[in-house]
Structure formats: structure tokens, C-alpha cells
Ligand binder design. Sequence first.
Ligand code: PGA
Length: 257
Amino acid sequence: MRRPFVAGNWKMNTTRETGVALAQAIAGEVKSTQPPVDVAVFPPFPYLLPVRDAIAGSGVWLGAQNAHPAAPGAFTGEIALNMLQDCGCQWVILGHSERRQFFGDTDAVINQKVQAALAAKLGVIFCVGELLSERQSGKTEKVLETQMSAGLAGVSADASQLVIAYEPVWAIGTGVTATPDQAEASHAFLRQWLTRRFNPGLAESLRIQYGGSVKPDNAKELLSQPNVDGALVGGASLKPEQFLPIIRAAAELAQAG
Ligand code: PGA
């Protein structure tokens, strides 16, 4: 039985004030209800410390949206993994499609980051997903296979440290969600890939999140798919009234067993 994992990727949003208020609202609910769900927030770098303080003692995890793989040194504008840990991060998102599209994160670069993060004992949410044109030309599985093989090359990990996020690029921030069947098909494909690459036991225990326009009104149906083990939420993670119902949906499904 995989424990659901609901993560909020705030992207380049919030102010210090609104981010702290959002973190407090999430922390308050998680602390008081203790859902059988892992919950993490990924604020922008400058707000990691105030958000860390706002969620302290609540059970909500803290993560960063990117990192540089090298040890501290002359890399103007970059953030090292140990700095993230120093700020209380347990997780880092790597391979997000916005990094791939706009910031030159190739499969090779992402692989360096994944290896360095796991070596530093940071948990990794590793994102993969196809473009609309790739889906329409029947290449979804090929794309996922390439991103998985390249991004996880040389990686060995356990289920507490590695999470896969399936995020079809055409569903991110568009309001168009993959249907539960589309999500499940890709998740099942990814789990089969994990079984071949690692071993059946590890593949069964690794969590695969779905991301792409997850909202309160579609969360339950998506999360009830057998291979969907949580959600990586962008837009809807910025408002407690949208993010908390997604956590509650995951909790209800987990409790129903
Ligand atoms: P979205 O973003 O929920 O706004 O579609 C998801 C993501 O990019 O992680």
C-alpha cells in the first residue's frame, strides 16, 4: 500500500506574506487532521526559510523547485543542494517541464542533478511527460521511456527518496487534465518501466504522482486510479481552499483503503 503524496509546486508565485499565510493554512490543517498522506510545499527560494518556520512541527515537508548539482563554488546565481538542506528542505523537484522548456535542462543535466541530490540524501520528485504533439503522434511511451532512462541513468534509490511525477506538458497550467484513463495508462507504463529497471518490489513501492491541472473537482477521480499515488499541484496549490480539498480527497481514498 503506497502512502499518497500531495505536493504543492508554487512555481514563481506568492510574496513572503502570502506564502507564509498559505503555508500556515496547510500546516494548520495537516497538524490537526493528520491525514494518512504525505504533504509537501515547494516555495520559491527566497521564501524557504519563512515557510520552513511556518510549517515547523506540522508534518508538512519543505522542498525546492530546482538545484545546481555542483558543490558550492563559483556558480553565480545558482543554489547548491547543501544550501537547500541548510534551509530545511527534504525534497527537490527535478526535470519539471518548465525547466526543460525554458531553462535548458536536458536529460543529461537532469540526470546530474538527480544523482547529486540523491547522493546528498535529498528526496527527489523526478518529472516526466510528453508534449501534445508527441501524444498526438503516438510517441508518449517513447518519450517517457527516453526521459526515464536518461534521467535515472546510474541511479539507485529507495522509495523514501525517489518519487516520479507524470506531468503531460499539455495539461500543465492549461485547465486541460489528462482523463483518469490517460493518466492511469501512463502511470502503469511507468511502473512497468520501473519494474524492469529496478525490481518488482521497489517498483511497487515507488510513488508516481500525477501533475497537470489537478483541481478539487478532478482530484478524487485521478487519485483513485490504481497507479496514481498522489499529485503534484501547481495552480491549485496556491489557495488553501483548493489545495486542502485535494489533500482531503487523497486522505479519504487512503482511508477507504
Ligand atoms: P498545474 O501545474 O497544476 O498548474 O497544471 C502542475 C505542475 O506544473 O507541477
